[in-house]
Design a protein around this ligand. Structure first.
Ligand SMILES: Nc1ncnc2c1ncn2[C@@H]1O[C@H](COP(=O)(O)OP(=O)(O)OP(=O)(O)O)[C@@H](O)[C@H]1O
Ligand SMILES: [Mg+2]
Length: 323
């Protein structure tokens, strides 16, 4: 097999939010990302899944340094960008981009399309003419019209706005884009269009994606590999095909069994595994395995000792004592 090139290596990354009481005194830490390590290969789509609040957005934003990590490293082109002086950060900033969930609030409604897309280009030092040429190119790339340049973002539909957001994200030739639920806020009828556009651009521009969505079938469809998060940690990681066909971690099994199946003959309905109990607060995750309070197979060891994410089979990683 051809050796894959690592684009980003995340090592023991932590992002905690301080929790304060009514009087403004810190009473604890909300461990949104708690000691996460994994790599993202060049050119791949890495899908992140897990219940709402498990830390997907925080992980992506901490990798991009939009949030300052509390500990850990993010190695990109041999440099630890999590601990880099600001002066060295500027050139890298453009290479790591984000596409937001909500195209309505992500774009300033008082700006024209030209202004929105050329902002990152101006920051990179392009002249007005160079910016205009590039904006035209980019509009073409996302199947929009050159005449759209002078319009304001509020004049467009959700799908079109998301395409403006995409044009903006790819404007300065990035290598990596964190697509944080890029289609969740869109009409179902345009979701596939936007996903296909992202796929085409990935091929054309050699992009690497970190991708989140609540629609697991969609993540399955678009991702090469998948990471499953639970309470700030990665509990399973592997090739998308493997994880969906044969999930290893009890949490992943429950999550995937809940996907509605179009073909009733597959009979998945009957094997649906309910996830019992409430999601514990990330402020006080269980001491041992984070999933032990909801896991039907939990043992004494699971309640006492936290399992590490380890390679349990070829390219299959899971954090579970019972495997
Ligand atoms: N700026 C912040 N300040 C304090 N707590 C935060 C902040 N951002 C996120 N959190 C908390 O961190 C945890 C992880 O949130 P995050 O948004 O990363 O989850 P998520 O997996 O992206 O969820 P969703 O699927 O709903 O987008 C949650 O408990 C959330 O309330
Ligand atoms: Mg999120």
């Amino acid at each position: 097999m051809q050796k894959r090139e690592v684009l980003l290596e995340v090592k023991n990354l932590k992002k905690y939010f301080p929790v304060k009481n009514f009087f403004g005194r810190k009473v604890g830490d909300l461990k949104a990302v708690d000691d996460v390590s994994f790599v993202i290969y060049k050119g791949e789509t890495f899908g992140l899944v897990g219940e709402s609040g498990c830390g997907k957005s925080t992980l992506g934003r901490t990798i991009l340094q939009m949030l300052k990590p509390d500990a850990g490293q993010v190695i990109y082109h041999g440099k630890d960008i999590a601990n880099l002086p600001k002066s060295q950060w500027k050139d890298l900033r453009e290479k790591l981009q984000i596409i937001f969930q909500d195209p309505y609030s992500a774009l300033n409604p008082n700006w024209t399309v030209r202004e929105l897309i050329s902002e990152p280009l101006k920051n990179a030092g392009l002249s007005r003419e160079q910016c205009d040429t590039r904006v035209r190119e980019l509009l073409k790339l996302v199947n929009m019209n050159e005449d759209d340049m002078e319009k304001f973002s509020y004049e467009f539909s959700g799908g079109q706005r998301q395409r403006i957001g995409i044009a903006r994200a790819v404007a300065s030739y990035p290598e990596f884009i964190f697509c944080d639920e890029p289609i969740s806020a869109l009409d179902v009828s345009v979701q596939a269009q936007v996903v296909n556009m992202l796929k085409d651009l990935q091929q054309e521009l050699g992009l690497t994606y970190l991708f989140t969505a609540h629609d697991l079938s969609m993540v399955h469809h678009i991702s090469d590999r998948i990471g499953v998060m639970y309470l700030g940690s990665m509990v399973e990681l592997g090739k998308s095909e493997d994880v969906f066909r044969d999930p290893l971690h009890p949490y992943t099994r429950a999550l995937i069994s809940a996907i509605p199946v179009a073909d009733p003959k597959l009979g998945r309905e009957s094997s649906r595994i309910p996830i019992e109990g409430e999601l514990p607060s990330p402020m006080n995750a269980p001491r041992g395995c984070r999933f032990c309070t909801r896991c039907p197979h939990a043992t004494e060891r699971c309640r006492e000792e936290r399992p590490e994410l380890r390679e349990v089979a070829d390219e299959r990683w899971a954090a579970c004592h019972l495997l």
